[in-house]
Design a protein around this ligand. Structure first.
Ligand SMILES: O=c1ccn([C@@H]2O[C@H](COP(=O)(O)OP(=O)(O)O)[C@@H](O)[C@H]2O)c(=O)[nH]1
Ligand SMILES: [Ca+2]
Length: 406
């Protein structure tokens, strides 16, 4: 309880503290079951009248690791985790609003990669926890989200938070999300040509706040940062890894270690005898990226918002400040990749994968999506203290579909 009060005081002057919730205040609880962790977002909203755009008052955020898929072989163990996160919502939402507050979990690429049977067993555990909670549990409240929604909803979040979805002059920005297991690109096409050249399932119409947006979006499964590591090592989608050693020129020469991802243990190491460094690494990475992604011509010269692992790796290498974020060019990632890969001993302590990760990000941006060296990326973790995550867009969509908001 004391946590809650502290949090509110951080956000609101005492006289408008929503603990004394007015009638037009309501809450939404959205779980993000990502491949590397599970997070809860508890949003507070106010809608003064149907004509007004919904106002977001604040967010409570908490995360736990590892992700849901790590419990694939012991789904009952998952319960503790969702219970722990849900307890935060019990503390945050005033009791008289519990029954009106929807709780939803959406899983992303980690669960898309599991077998249907294992994924459903995990979702069932969560559903049981939700059913026993005092919150509103809508139909289909625990599910795997379609990849195209993941991109669209993140785009909605960023453009809502930057004020681009209200008023007359809407200059929306495109978004790039690099998760552990999948990656998304989303933007509002300006050129007829983009609509013509895009594969049919890359274009989706989406209605939000009384407008219809025809967006270009795609989620590339297996192209998240951690899945890409496996692909580069040649270990992705291998049924039996049986203690096999996977080597790469993107890793420190004498390294030999183990790594767990999606409930599987992998052994990996450097090219003890052969080459290491940026050049051989880039060639290795290209095999995974080149020709695998659609390249919309119109994005080459535009600028994008980028978050998740784009942000994390830029922070890790001091390209941006953790709190502030920053604006980078694509070539900044390449410069940093060269610096790290050609001095691997020096960076080893941070993460043995740093060279591989930066090289992958460089190749994904340039050879994957086809961005120019000088394309601008706005690296952002929070806007006005709210996480840039698809979860906010998903909560708007949820409230709209339940008729709680307009
Ligand atoms: O609220 C969140 C959730 C995730 N991430 C970032 O997203 C990446 C992990 O992706 P995730 O586990 O969601 O994998 P996915 O299922 O999206 O592939 C990491 O960089 C996290 O820091 C974040 O910045 N904020
Ligand atoms: Ca994610």
């Amino acid at each position: 309880h004391s946590n809650r009060v502290m949090w509110f005081q951080d956000f609101f002057p005492p006289n408008m503290c929503p603990i004394n919730a007015k009638d037009d205040t309501f809450y939404g609880i959205m779980f993000d079951a990502g491949s590397t962790g599970t997070r809860i977002h508890i949003y507070t909203f106010v809608q003064k009248s149907p004509e007004n755009l919904l106002e977001l008052e604040g967010e409570i955020f908490e995360s736990v690791k590892p992700g849901l898929s790590a419990y694939a072989d012991q789904p009952e163990k998952e319960k503790n985790m969702s219970l722990r996160l849900l307890d935060m919502a019990i503390d945050a939402v005033p009791p008289h609003l519990w029954k009106k507050t929807p709780v939803v979990l959406k899983a992303t690429a980690g669960l898309r990669l599991l077998s249907e049977e294992k994924a459903q067993a995990l979702l069932l555990e969560v559903r049981e926890v939700f059913e026993e909670s005092p919150f509103l549990v809508p139909e289909d409240s625990v599910s795997i989200m379609d990849g195209s929604y993941e991109g669209i909803l993140a785009w909605i979040t960023v453009n809502f938070l930057t004020g681009q979805l209200s008023g007359q002059n809407q200059h929306t920005v495109g978004t790039l999300d690099l998760g552990g297991a999948s990656t998304q690109i989303t933007f509002l096409p300006q050129f007829e040509e983009t609509l013509k050249e895009a594969p049919g399932d890359f274009l989706t119409s989406f209605e939000m706040f009384n407008s219809t947006y025809k967006l270009y979006t795609h989620s590339y499964l297996g192209f998240g940062l951690k899945a890409a590591r496996l692909a580069i090592l040649g270990a992705l989608n291998m049924e039996a890894v049986d203690g096999q050693m996977f080597r790469s020129s993107c890793l420190p020469k004498h390294l030999e270690a183990e790594w767990h991802f999606g409930g599987v243990k992998y052994r990996y190491g450097g090219n003890k005898e052969g080459e290491t460094g940026f050049k051989p690494c880039y060639l290795e990475v290209l095999k995974v990226v080149k020709g695998k992604l659609h390249q919309p011509t119109e994005i080459r010269g535009s600028s994008f918002y980028a978050f998740s692992y784009y942000y994390d790796r830029a922070v890790d290498t001091n390209l941006i400040d953790y709190e502030q974020g920053g604006i980078l060019e694509v070539k900044d990632f390449e410069r940093k990749a060269k610096e790290v890969c050609d001095n691997m001993e020096r960076y080893n302590s941070a993460s043995p994968f740093l060279c591989m990760d930066l090289t992958y990000i460089t190749a994904l941006l340039k050879e994957g999506f086809g961005f120019r060296d000088n394309t601008l990326l706005q690296l952002t973790k929070k806007v006005n203290n709210i996480e840039t995550s698809w979860t906010l867009g998903a909560t708007f969509h949820l409230l709209q579909s339940l008729g709680i908001t307009y």
